[in-house]
Design a protein around this ligand. Structure first.
Ligand SMILES: NC(=O)CC[C@H](N)C(=O)O
Length: 375
């Protein structure tokens, strides 16, 4: 089915929907992972975005129930060079097209994704609309332009859980105050995880390391968290502009110094704001499984999984209080920091991988050590 892809700067591409009629508007971004499209699609951080993959053949291993990183698909549309409708993989239970259709998300293929990606890389992430219904380029460009954009919007409230849940038997189980959170360790560490758009591999890796994980909605207040008496607090990834998220920065500020804190991606950005700093939008962001990061505390370089469009401005933070611990070797941007007085550290990238390399798993071990040292 003929589909037009229109960018706010007037650029138009023509592709074909492989999921039937549909339309979607949002910010167009690209991901350079060669595999892992199911984990990308179910990452809540893509809320408000249309994702295109640089890898040219997508769909060939289908989708399966184990690789879900949340309960549903989050990007508004999925754009690929060539869709393969015949999966070949023993784990596959469904085609990618049916998966997208079940979740009401349009999939588009059959156009030059390389040209689109090179254009985004030159001009920057842009507002975009894809449609099988409105095929008038001028109208589409106007409609893309009139979308609100991500800056200043609170996207977390769209994806955070409405009720707390525990993590047990490798899945979320409704419940509060660790009542349904389980792990096999004799002396588990209790972790309260703020759900800003949490990916399932985060509680999974914490439980594997002997933690009991209680997930709470993003706007849970500090007193409620402290009343649970956790050994540590985890701040998850999440969508949109950290500066637009309401009712969270003050909570984190109150919790600072009271319990060890570990933040990932949006959680890291929220920590930066709680330290009194600011964030800014990168030109086109970092999304993929091949971003080189240097751990300045050890000198080691790791290849990391990333998905972010915003970044903490280290110049907005006092060097007496906050230390830059990790940098991106492509553009020297901040990839990690730690507080010098309080037990708190965070990274901009995704040590939980899914998809991506496993180089950064040591950060979960650092969090465990930090909690043990303070418990
Ligand atoms: N994966 C994330 O948590 C992304 C954080 C934030 N939404 C950004 O784009 O920078």
């Amino acid at each position: 089915m003929k589909t037009l892809i229109a960018l706010e700067d007037g650029t138009i591409y023509e592709g074909r929907s492989f999921t039937g009629a549909g339309e979607a508007v949002g910010e167009i971004v690209f991901n350079t992972s060669m595999s892992g499209y199911q984990e990308v699609l179910t990452d809540p951080s893509y809320t408000g975005q249309l994702v295109t993959m640089t890898y040219p053949l997508i769909g060939n291993y289908g989708v399966n129930p184990e690789d879900m990183e949340s309960a549903r698909i989050h990007p508004m549309a999925f754009l690929v060079k060539e869709y393969n409708p015949i999966p070949s993989n023993f784990r596959s239970t469904q085609t990618l097209a049916d998966f997208l259709i079940d979740h009401g998300v349009i999939g588009v293929h059959g156009f030059d994704t390389r040209a689109l990606v090179r254009h985004i890389r030159t001009v920057g992430a842009m507002k975009c609309i894809v449609s099988t219904e409105d095929l008038d380029p001028a109208s589409l460009v106007e409609r893309a332009k009139s979308w609100s954009g991500l800056v200043g919007q609170d996207m977390v409230k769209r994806v955070t859980c409405t009720e707390p849940y525990g993590w047990a038997d490798n899945k979320p189980v409704p419940g509060t105050n660790f009542a349904t959170a389980r792990c096999d360790a004799d002396t588990p560490l209790k972790v309260v995880a703020f759900d800003f758009g949490l990916k399932y591999n985060q509680p999974r890796l914490l439980v594997e390391r002997g933690c009991q994980v209680q997930v709470v909605p993003a706007t849970t207040d500090a007193a409620t968290v402290l009343a649970m008496n956790p050994d540590g607090i985890f701040l998850s990834n999440g969508p949109g502009d950290p500066a637009g998220v309401e009712g969270v920065v003050e909570t984190i500020r109150t919790l600072l110094g009271k319990k060890p804190i570990f933040g990932i991606c949006l959680g890291h950005q929220m920590l930066g704001l709680a330290y009194g700093g600011s964030t800014y939008k990168l030109k086109f962001g970092h999304r993929g499984g091949n971003q080189p990061v240097k751990d300045l505390t050890t000198g080691h370089v790791e290849i990391t999984s990333q998905n972010h469009g915003f970044c903490v401005d280290m110049n907005s933070l006092s060097a007496d209080e906050v230390e830059l611990t990790h940098i991106n070797l492509n553009d020297n941007s901040c990839e990690g920091m730690r507080h010098k007085k309080f037990p708190a550290f965070s990274v901009q990238y995704h040590p939980e991988h899914a998809p991506g390399p496993h180089d950064a798993l040591y950060l979960f071990d650092r969090f465990i050590e930090m909690m043990r040292a303070h418990s």
